[in-house]
Design a protein around this ligand. Structure first.
Ligand SMILES: [Zn+2]
Ligand SMILES: [Zn+2]
Length: 212
């Protein structure tokens, strides 16, 4: 499995293109749609997965979906309507108007599994940053050399997501991380929605927001 990380406009959220053989999925096409499309154009893109529906993670969604119409757009069911509201997805606050123009194909729920070329992508509902924040976990296998977690804006290197936006909860984000993420294998490589990668073991040791 190959993971390509692309920080994208407008504020550098990490978009990921994850591929296995000739299939791929895209996580959080926040902007710079042309670059994302170019990077994914040789793959059969099966899914566009959203960790949550904030503007900085969905700004390129319309163009990317148009370029890969067969790809299934997936967002947690609690945030489906956020895609269609510039107020809810906060784009309005930042002088943008990000409103999704197509259908949501998959409404994510905790415990679901998606398949990419025989590799299982586990859906973990981790509310706190937003009510429908979702992480995606792929266990180590013959196709994937590490356990990997895409943690959106829930878990960052030595930090956690903001909880001061509408629908956020400081108590829930810590509970989500402790029950759903820190219980993953220590060596899991974490690919967050902003900034640098980390691992579950590093966050257990060093994350100041989880050590009390
Ligand atoms: Zn966010
Ligand atoms: Zn973000």
């Amino acid at each position: 499995m190959e993971i390509r990380k692309m920080p994208v406009a407008p504020i550098g959220a990490n978009c990921y293109i994850v591929s296995e053989a000739d299939e791929a999925f895209i996580i959080d096409p926040g902007g710079d749609a042309e670059e994302i499309i170019r990077a994914a154009k040789n793959f059969d893109v099966r899914y566009i997965l959203l960790t949550h529906a904030h503007f900085d993670h969905i700004g390129g969604l319309n163009e990317v979906k148009e370029a890969f119409p067969e790809a299934k757009t997936a967002v947690h069911k609690l945030e489906k309507e956020w895609l269609y509201s510039a107020e809810l997805n906060l784009s309005e606050n930042f002088g943008l108007d990000s409103v999704y123009e197509q259908n949501v194909d998959i409404e994510l729920e905790d415990g679901m599994a998606l398949d990419l070329a025989g590799t299982k992508i586990k859906v973990l509902h981790t509310p706190g940053h937003t009510p429908g924040s979702t992480c995606f976990y792929i266990g180590k296998s013959y196709t994937c050399e590490n356990h990997v977690l895409f943690s959106g804006d829930t878990l960052f290197r030595s930090s956690i997501g903001r909880t001061d936006f509408p629908g956020g909860s400081g108590r829930k984000i810590v509970e989500s991380i402790k029950t759903k993420l820190l219980t993953l294998p220590d060596e899991t490589v974490v690919y967050p929605g902003h900034d640098e990668n980390t691992s579950i073991s590093l966050e257990k040791k060093l994350n100041p927001f989880l050590n009390h």
